[in-house]
Design a binder for this molecule. Structure first.
Ligand code: ASP
Length: 591
């Protein structure tokens, strides 16, 4: 039906007879001639019908936006003065000879020929129209190209693309499972994989040596942040490689993707320990484009007359930090109030600050609601440590370490953006030496990554002090976003059993849930490790999209629904009966 895509045509085609197929992007009636902007996946071409071609002209008069048509005509150079240099096809037009309506369209709920803000719900419900927009086509095309580069890279490096099951058992990655009832095993459920973690490890036990998969993962999380219940990972596992080698190969992969698709040289990625990242940035995924740092000042605050500071300063589980913002004295009271509310989201109970108006004037030159509680010597010491200058502001965080890190870590990023302190476009790094475990709110240990991560220390040391153990895990971070995370895995059953024990998973439960893994570790499982990259996030960062929903063809809403298909949907009584399932109202938990 078609000789060219609309976007392909240029001056070299002048004089050629072409046949184009696509959607009517816009129709303009210019006193006697009709212009159709014809759009397909590749771009837009202007087609002109004049009354000489009577039949086609009559049809052209009747077409409307989003009609699907076939155009036959002759490419010609646009007349002087009508060239559009902003359009790839702007030097030519097609003189229409024939026009066939392949399908009509009702007035679309989304206007495509001009930039209008449409509510996202409408865009998701009519996704097939939304995806016709050139920006959306571009994002999906970009995604396809990147995926292709990744596949080629991994293929060239000896990785095998192996699929793993979707109907499986729960793999703990820290989220709730999506469950699928079994009809053939009444009362039993499959879980959709939170990741292919255990299968890829089993593939290593099977001797596959290097595996990858562009894998769908399913996590039933409360979708506060920009997350999706199903998302895509570039999932990788290798045998006989240590963390250095795994980081080297996968870093090369990401570098190649950036070079090839954005012409960006990322260079060598710096390494930073988890402890350093938390200390300096309050985050295990620091945005290194922002040159602001948390500075510990607890030692100066132990004896001040201000309990908000002195309490945490004396508590080993708390932190007192200062965040100096160069030039930040211009921040208004109203903005400070906004920041105070902002840190409140993370549990901070206030936001203390000092503005440095004139350092040479001593206390007089400082403006702050808190310095009256501090001895002058302490204030001087503080100013010296922070190396402040006139025009700076210093914010403070004092609370349990977790609250301070989250609140002041987030404030650092927010202020950095607000004050235009973001330098450069790309700041990748590796974060290493993660702790094995962290304490949850009940004081129980939970894995920082997942329970199959190998400790850095031996089994005796791990048993003696699990809370202090570090792991052989590594995260790749880009611009404050975790792009990927992985680790060397446990490959001996004794260590795996010990980790289960630390996590409060008894022998029986471990056997029941992970017996197959424990068995696999017994029959000659090689040392192995891997990593998984979030493909949606990678594409989002690379395209500058402001949400992962913009780079997924059919994303779900924040409440995990698909507006296009109206899923999740009701099922028939018969289907439920086959599964022996009866739906009843949720029992409200007693407070
Ligand atoms: N399975 C891990 C995850 O989904 C990645 C890995 O350890 O390879 O985060």
């Amino acid at each position: 039906m078609r000789s060219h895509y609309c976007g392909q045509l240029n001056e070299t085609h002048v004089g050629e007879a072409v046949s184009l197929c696509g959607w009517v992007h816009r129709r303009r009636d210019h006193g006697g001639v009709i212009f159709l902007d014809l759009r397909d996946r590749d771009g837009i071409t202007q087609v002109v019908y004049d009354p000489d071609t009577q039949d086609s002209f009559a049809i052209a008069e009747g077409v409307r936006s989003e009609f699907v048509v076939q155009v036959k005509g002759l490419v010609r150079a646009r007349p002087e003065g009508t060239v559009n240099p902003d359009m790839p096809t702007g030097r030519i037009e097609v003189l229409g000879k024939e026009l066939k309506v392949l399908n009509a369209a009702q007035t679309p709920p989304i206007q495509l020929d001009e930039h209008v803000d449409v509510h996202e719900d409408i865009r998701l419900r009519y996704r097939y129209i939304d995806l016709r927009r050139p920006e959306m086509v571009e994002k999906l095309r970009f995604r396809s190209k990147v995926t292709n580069t990744i596949r080629n890279f991994l293929d060239e490096n000896g990785f095998l693309d192996i699929e793993t099951p979707i109907l499986t058992r729960a793999t703990p990655e820290g989220a709730r499972d999506y469950l699928v009832p079994s009809r053939t095993h009444q009362g039993r459920f499959f879980a959709l994989p939170q990741s292919p973690q255990l299968f890829k490890q089993i593939l290593m036990a099977a001797g596959m040596d290097r595996y990858y998969q562009i894998a769908k993962c399913f996590r039933d999380e409360d979708l506060r942040a920009d997350r999706q219940p199903e998302f895509t990972q570039v999932d990788i596992e290798t045998s006989f490689m240590d963390e250095e080698q795994i980081m080297t190969v996968t870093e090369a992969m990401i570098r190649q993707v950036f070079k090839k698709h954005l012409d960006v040289e990322l260079g060598d990625f710096p390494r930073m320990t988890y402890a350093e990242a938390m200390r300096r940035y309050g985050s295990d995924k620091p945005d290194l484009r922002i040159d602001l740092e948390l500075v510990d000042v607890a030692d100066l605050m132990q004896d001040v007359d201000f309990k908000v500071f002195s309490g945490p300063a004396r508590d080993p589980e708390s932190r007192v930090v200062a965040l100096k913002v160069t030039g930040g004295a211009s921040i208004s009271r109203k903005e400070i109030d906004d920041y105070t509310r902002f840190v409140g989201i993370y549990g901070a109970r206030g936001l203390a600050w000092i503005k440095v108006n004139e350092l040479a004037a001593g206390l007089e030159g400082l403006q702050s609601p808190i310095i009256k509680f501090m001895p002058e010597a302490t204030v001087n010491e503080l100013m010296k440590r922070l190396a402040v200058a006139d025009g700076d502001i210093v914010f403070f965080g004092a609370d349990k370490a977790g609250v301070v890190n989250e609140a002041i870590g987030a404030l650092r990023v927010r202020v950095g953006h607000d004050l235009g302190l973001v330098r450069g476009n790309w700041a990748p790094l590796w974060v290493i030496d993660f702790p094995m475990f962290e304490e949850d709110s009940d004081g129980d240990l939970t894995p920082l990554h997942h329970p199959f991560t190998s400790p850095s220390c031996g089994i005796e040391e791990l048993a003696a002090n699990p809370g202090a153990a570090l792991s052989r895990a590594y995260d790749m971070v880009l611009n404050g976003t975790e792009l990927g995370g992985g680790s060397i895995r446990i490959n001996v059953p004794e260590t795996q059993q010990l980790v289960f024990k630390v996590l409060g998973i008894g022998d029986e439960e471990a056997r029941e849930k992970f017996g197959f893994l424990l068995d696999a570790l017994k029959f000659g499982c090689p040392p192995h490790g891997g990593i998984a990259f979030g493909l949606d996030r990678l594409i989002m960062l690379m395209t500058g999209a402001n949400s992962i929903r913009e780079v997924i063809a059919f994303p779900k809403t924040q409440s995990a629904a698909c507006l296009l298909t109206d899923a999740p949907g009701q099922v028939s009584a018969e289907q439920l009966n086959e599964l022996s399932i009866r739906v009843r109202e949720r029992v409200k938990e007693q407070p």
